[in-house]
Design a protein around this ligand. Structure first.
Ligand SMILES: [Zn+2]
Length: 328
């Protein structure tokens, strides 16, 4: 957590895989309002680390959609695809400290290993990696890099001999569960090793994984407050574990309500959600504000946004920042 006096810095971090939809505007508006209500900075980061999924030119479409709605970042946006050197440095640091390792397993190998163990755990279509390559590649060729999520168990017993004893101690002291408090959802916890397993930091195709890029960028940009859609809540424990392994601060988290489509499913680019229509930005903003529990407002766009900044602290969709006194 931040010490008193740290300048509030928030961010909106879309993936340029498609235009913003009504649900993305909720997250963008919430992060902008929270930054403004704290007198802080608001940044935009293009999460284009998964380059094959990105659509050329989509960044400009997204920035225009935001600008149409009066949401302009305080600094020029950054692009993750231009920051791979930072991600490699972080991975090198984890490898040097024994916290990350090369993995030679294909999906078939992982399925076979899980079958031998009598485990069939699947999480959001992802297999829980059983740790096959933790003890080495046995002559096989490494394909991807994974984080050790068993650090407290494997190093806690003998931290004195580990070069990473400081990092390991602080992780071990928290036990096997990662605990955190979401400003809207309250106390959360996850056993990352059991529920997710040793997750990928750098993929077999050479691309860095979203989890590592986000953690490195949030720290590099001095992000104090992550305000994003609830569809990302499940990533938070993995990101906190990575922050601890890298010795980075943990921001405060607020996950905003999702917008559901007519079928009751959350809106997403994957499910073909319609692009946000910004020909009437005030209508789009009022719809997003409604999801956040803010009153409908009329007037000029700047005036309306300013009123919502005032409303924000009273919104029922989130608790005030837990240490509001220490917020600037
Ligand atoms: Zn492996």
């Amino acid at each position: 957590m931040q010490s008193a006096g740290t300048t509030y810095t928030g961010r909106f971090a879309p993936s340029p895989t498609g235009p913003l939809h009504a649900g993305s505007l909720v997250a963008a508006l919430a992060s902008w309002l929270d930054a403004r209500a704290h007198g802080g900075r608001w940044l935009v980061r293009m999460e284009d680390v998964d380059t094959p999924r990105c659509v050329p030119g989509m960044e400009q479409v997204i920035l225009k959609q935001l600008a149409d709605c009066g949401l302009t970042p305080d600094e020029p946006p950054v692009w993750q695809s231009q920051r791979t050197g930072l991600y490699q440095q972080a991975l090198d640091q984890l490898v040097a400290r024994g916290l990350a390792y090369a993995c030679a397993c294909s999906r078939k190998d992982i399925e076979a290993a899980l079958a031998r163990l009598g485990r069939t755990t699947v999480r959001h279509g992802e297999l829980v990696y059983p740790g096959t390559c933790r003890t080495g590649l046995q002559g096989r060729q490494g394909r991807a890099w994974r984080l050790r999520t068993d650090v407290s168990a494997s190093f806690g017993a003998n931290p004195a001999v580990s070069p990473a004893s400081t990092a390991i101690d602080s992780i071990a002291s928290k036990g096997d569960l990662i605990h955190w408090v979401d400003r809207r959802l309250g106390p959360q916890q996850q056993d990352v090793q059991a529920e997710v397993g040793d997750f990928v930091l750098k993929r077999a195709d050479g691309l860095f994984a979203y989890q590592l890029a986000v953690v490195v960028d949030d720290a590099a940009q001095g992000i104090t407050d992550v305000v994003r859609g609830e569809d990302l809540v499940d990533n938070t424990a993995r990101q906190i574990l990575l922050q601890q392994c890298l010795g980075l601060p943990t921001p405060r988290y607020l996950h905003t309500p999702l917008v559901l489509g007519a079928n009751g499913e959350k809106l997403s680019k994957q499910s073909g959600a319609q692009a946000l229509d910004t020909t009437d930005p005030l209508a789009a903003l009022n719809a997003a504000a409604g999801v956040l529990g803010l009153p409908e407002r009329t007037g000029g766009m700047g005036e309306v946004l300013g009123k919502w900044v005032g409303d924000w602290g009273l919104s029922p969709t989130h608790a005030p920042c837990p240490s509001l006194q220490s917020c600037p």
